[in-house]
Ligand binder design. Structure first.
Ligand code: NAD
Ligand code: TYD
Length: 350
């Protein structure tokens, strides 16, 4: 019997990780700790929330005392830490909340794990889920490896990089059995429609402008979210303490090419004439500090752990569009209230 704490399990990637662990490991007790910010949604987990090995705890990792008490009460054997403020644009307008959650929250979890595990790290693991954005931006060639120096440019990636440094420091200083993985951009069901793909699906459906930042030439390396969850499962169980893995699908797209592909799929599924939604493309002011290109070299995880993505992009992209089109209620719930204010602030007058 293992007790695993998954933080941020009501969010996009976290909900897929919770689902995988709850279903795959009936002998584990899975505790999902989530503050339920605008990005956290328990509707993401309705298919597993009545499983006997699943437990939800509403709480804030910024609250050090609460986190410490939680670890004392439940005596977790492992932590998979996904809770974070995760959107670059929000980090530009409100960097402090990123420092509070991503940096301080992570250190609170590290302290609590260190306190309850001290003296016996056998069978314990603290797994920090990080991003390739900590490496900074690439030019037209090359890709990030595990030894690429950290060089973050946005408040989001700087906060994630800072947290990663603390995770490594707790390994090197206190011997805490930590691992870190840095993944590329994820896509798939349950992603909050502030990120490129779900936002543009929502806008195409509603015939709203598609705000393309700058010239649309920035490149991202897209991975289907369930492939990321499987990599997390492997790393959590197999990685040596102190190790780091990059996760990516060798699937680079310039934003504008990805958007045109999305339009092609959406027009077909919505029964619109081919190319009808191309006119929605609207070039807007570029994001400040916009990283030109991210690309992951996934050789290490492939060679050492035998992981490679299972979902081909064409298949994953179609599945993603189908999911959003058939989950109107989910989309309506998450885009009401505070979302309207966010959208107005972020895009009107841009
Ligand atoms: P998300 O924004 O969809 O979900 C974040 C979750 O964390 C939400 O459920 C939210 O309620 C919760 N949360 C936020 N602040 C909290 C706090 N103070 N206490 C407790 N819970 C809190 O994010 P996501 O896209 O699923 O990303 C999850 C993790 O994966 C993040 O750490 C992110 O940096 C990392 N990551 C994301 C991507 C990506 O493409 N989305 C890629 C690589 C790495
Ligand atoms: P995003 O989904 O926010 O992920 P990240 O910034 O973490 O890579 O953005 C993906 C790319 O799409 C990024 O280059 C910024 C761009 N983008 C737009 O052009 N318009 C938008 O409205 C958004 C949200 C993103």
């Amino acid at each position: 019997m293992k007790k695993i704490l998954i933080t941020g399990g009501a969010g996009f990637i976290g909900s897929h990780v919770v689902r995988l662990f709850v279903n795959k490991y009936p002998d584990y007790e899975i505790y999902n700790l989530d503050k339920l910010t605008y990005a956290g949604n328990l509707e993401n987990l309705t298919d597993v929330d009545s499983m006997p090995n699943y437990h939800f705890i509403k709480g804030d990792i910024e609250d050090q005392e609460f986190v410490q008490k939680l670890f004392e009460e439940y005596q977790f054997d492992g932590v998979i830490h996904l809770a974070a403020e995760s959107h670059v644009d929000r980090s530009i307008t409100d960097p402090m909340s990123f420092i509070h959650t991503n940096v301080l929250g992570t250190v609170h979890l590290l302290n609590a794990a260190k306190n309850i595990w001290q003296g016996s790290f056998e069978g314990k693991k603290f797994y920090q889920i990080s991003t390739d954005e900590v490496y900074g931006a690439l030019g037209d060639t090359g890709s990030f490896t595990e030894t690429t120096p950290y060089n973050p440019h946005s408040p989001y990636s700087a906060a994630k990089a800072s947290a990663d440094h603390f995770v490594r420091a707790y390994h090197d200083t206190y011997g805490l059995p930590t691992v870190i993985s840095n993944c590329s951009n994820n896509y798939g069901p349950n992603q909050f429609p502030e990120k490129l793909i779900p936002l543009f699906i929502h806008n195409i459906k509603n015939n709203k402008p598609l705000p393309v930042y700058g010239k649309g030439i920035n490149v991202r390396d897209w991975l289907y979210v369930e492939d990321h969850a499987e990599a997390i499962d492997l790393i959590f169980h197999k990685a040596q303490p102190g190790s780091t893995y990059n996760i990516g699908g060798n699937n680079e797209w310039r934003n504008i090419d990805l958007i045109k592909k999305l339009i092609e799929i959406m027009d077909r599924k919505l029964g619109r004439p081919e190319g009808a939604s191309l006119s929605l493309i609207t070039y807007v002011a570029d994001r400040a500090g916009h990283d030109l290109r991210y690309a992951i070299d996934p050789t290490k995880i492939k060679n050492e752990l035998g992981w490679s993505p299972k979902v081909k992009f064409d298949e994953g992209f179609e599945k993603t569009v189908d999911w959003y089109l058939s989950h109107e209620e989910w989309l309506e719930h998450v885009t009401s209230g505070a979302y309207v204010e966010y959208y107005r602030k972020m895009y009107e007058g841009r």
